[in-house]
Design a protein around this ligand. Sequence first.
Ligand code: PMP
Length: 449
Amino acid sequence: MKDDNFLRANNARHMWHPMGHPGEAMAHAPTIITGAEGSVIEDIDGHKTVDAVGGLWCVNLGYSNTAVKDAIAKQLYDLPYYSAFFGTSNPTAIEASYAVREFFAADGMARVFFTSGGSDSVETCLRLARQYHRIKGEPGRTKFLSLKKGYHGTHFGGASVNGNNRFRVAYEPLMPGCFHLPSPYPYRNPFHETDPAVLAQHIAAAMEDEIQFQGPGSIAAFIMEPIQGAGGVIVPHETFMPLMREICERHGILMIADEVITGFGRTGDWSGSRHWGVQPDMMACAKGITSGYFPVGAALMSEAVAEVFEQADADGAIFHGYTYSAHPVGAAAVAACLEETLRLDTKANAGPRGAQLYEGCVALMEKHDIVGDVRGGHGLMTGVELVSDRAAKTPLDAEAAKRIHKATYEAGAMVRIGGNNIMMSPPLVITEDEIAQVLSALDAGLSAV
Ligand code: PMP
């Protein structure tokens, strides 16, 4: 390992970082994280903070789970890689597929297709949705519906169903045939509706209208996050996802739940869909599947979807996959991570700690006028929307948000800023004292502007 001077001197000089301006990273070098323990990260200067981001919504088990680390290390020696293409398999992939299927059996999921991350999982669901309809004799079903404010990764399909403008514009034209409905976001929506139950009805009506406009027989799938994450933690009314489910079913449209963030306990239940009492047709997963210890994702299919492929003639063959699909080391990470997730019952801690974080943020709203809205209350996903004028809901400018981030970090908590939102998704094993530290650091951060 190179020494600290080398690392500081070369920080952002050769590597382009995801989701940022390379020139800006050169001018203001990223913080170098050198170590972590439990829910606490340490930077190159020895400054320790509670990681309220959980890596990137992913380190559900915290940084010190030795069972997962040992499983990964052992697998590296047993079999570091073998392909799952062309008639070969490996023991840990078999074990992991069983574990994932069991984990989501209550969601009606029956088959697992491994990928290397969330974007891959979304892409897999979108592609297989088209193929599903083609096998069923409806090749005209090619379009996709999704929600504004939704985040579905960075591949062209995922970016096309993505509902956040800033992830789209530079890469236009995106995939044709993708249409976006309003987000179930009571704080800002085109209906000026603040009652989330009524808003859910409006969006359901908009969905019906769009389906009739496009032609029901032209739509392959509707994709949504059970709770929108990167869009700013947008929690729909409990009726919303069931309403969307009913509309999809009535029109033969597959429902894809993007559970990349919400899966594996983050919402206080094992899946976000289960939280709302919905069984989707497909699920996209990643992040908590390995707690971020190894890059793995999975696309899951219901029994009914699986049967269409399995009982088809040659059309059922899946000409889609990744070199690292069912990677043996990744699979070992999955199997160990899910075993630990169940053993520690991480969803049980996500509930009360999530409530503590959410209620603490609501209290901060009383104190700081720049907090316009606080969202969450369902497990460890909390969003704080920043405004410069509360009555006018004017979004706080990016420079001020950056100052809040810096001051919060200095006071002891790493949070994430996206647009004018602060987003928090700490490890599911976080303690009461650590949440208290996050809240006091955030208080200090908000006082900085
Ligand atoms: N879907 C959702 C809901 C996500 O939050 C993310 C990542 N934050 C993705 C897809 C893409 O996952 P990845 O970054 O692993 O490709």
